[in-house]
Design a protein around this ligand. Structure first.
Ligand code: SF4
Length: 272
């Protein structure tokens, strides 16, 4: 039986320089149309899932009305859910959205931090600041969502080992339950690739990886998967289902599924 459902929301308020995901700039008409199509797929499902993951893109770019519409479309799927995650960007979270997420049963947030250095955030095309990150965490905790994972990218342009250490210290000061740390990859279809930006040397990348490992383990984190660390009991059940070779279903543009040893991926083009 399939226990995990992934739903792709491809809209982003701005496009980051390193991004090669299936995403488009947010547009209210296009996102309304997309949600109507998504609803048809969601209504055709009848399984009660154990984990649901709203990823993107930026699911938090949807307005309160749009998100409410999406929730209505999936109400029949969430009765038995243990872990319900949404990816959130710090600059698109509001108190109304945070309350809506909590009321919908969302009990885990993956927050796109990437770096705590405001200048570097600007350079990589992120429109939030570290102050926005702190504010988002306050909002989430205020509404009762305390299982917060943060994404960090290392090996960013101009980044040194000290900069990464400062990022890690600042993230740890925010008491995350889970951290996902990815080394920057220059993808062929990204703005970074077109601008000729190169990845850092493999020596520096290795030093960074080792620094992350040493520091996080010292702070009580478990390195439970290549890029993921968590406090005891906070492993992402959804992520682990991929690693355990369980079946999962992906709904929406570009989403992938695995059913009975067969993997398949939806069209990448939102118009298709
Ligand atoms: S990295 Fe995330 S937020 Fe940035 S453009 Fe890509 S999907 Fe959107």
């Amino acid at each position: 039986m399939i226990k995990s459902l992934y739903i792709h929301i491809p809209f982003c308020d701005d496009i980051c320089g390193y991004c090669d995901f299936v995403r488009v700039g947010y547009n209210d008409k296009l996102s309304d149309l997309y949600l109507v199509e998504l609803r048809k797929d969601l209504l055709s499902l009848s399984t009660q899932y154990k984990t649901i993951y709203l990823g993107g893109g930026t699911p938090s770019s949807l307005s309160v009305q749009q998100f409410s519409f999406l929730l209505e479309s999936m109400n029949h799927l969430v009765g038995l859910v243990d872990e319900f995650t949404i990816e959130v960007n710090p600059d698109s979270l509001t108190i109304e959205k945070a309350k809506l997420y909590q009321q919908a049963g969302i009990n885990r947030v993956s927050l796109g931090v990437q770096t705590t250095n405001n200048q570097l955030l600007k350079k990589i095309g992120r429109t939030h600041t570290f102050e926005d990150v702190k504010k988002s965490i306050e909002l989430l905790k205020f509404v009762g969502i305390s299982n917060i994972s943060m994404d960090l990218i290392y090996g960013l342009p101009t980044q040194k080992l000290d900069d990464l250490e400062s990022d890690l210290n600042k993230l740890l000061s925010l008491s995350p339950t889970h951290l996902s740390l990815y080394s920057l990859t220059i993808e062929p279809n990204s703005q970074f690739s077109r601008a000729g930006i190169k990845e850092v040397s493999s020596e520096l990348e290795t030093e960074m990886y080792l620094l992350i490992q040493e520091k996080l383990i010292k702070h009580g984190f478990i390195h439970y998967e290549i890029s993921n660390y968590c406090l005891l009991g906070y492993e992402s059940i959804h992520n682990l289902s991929y690693w355990k070779y369980d079946d999962y279903l992906g709904i929406g543009v570009g989403a992938s599924s695995k059913v009975n040893h067969r993997r398949f991926t939806n069209h990448h083009n939102i118009n298709d």
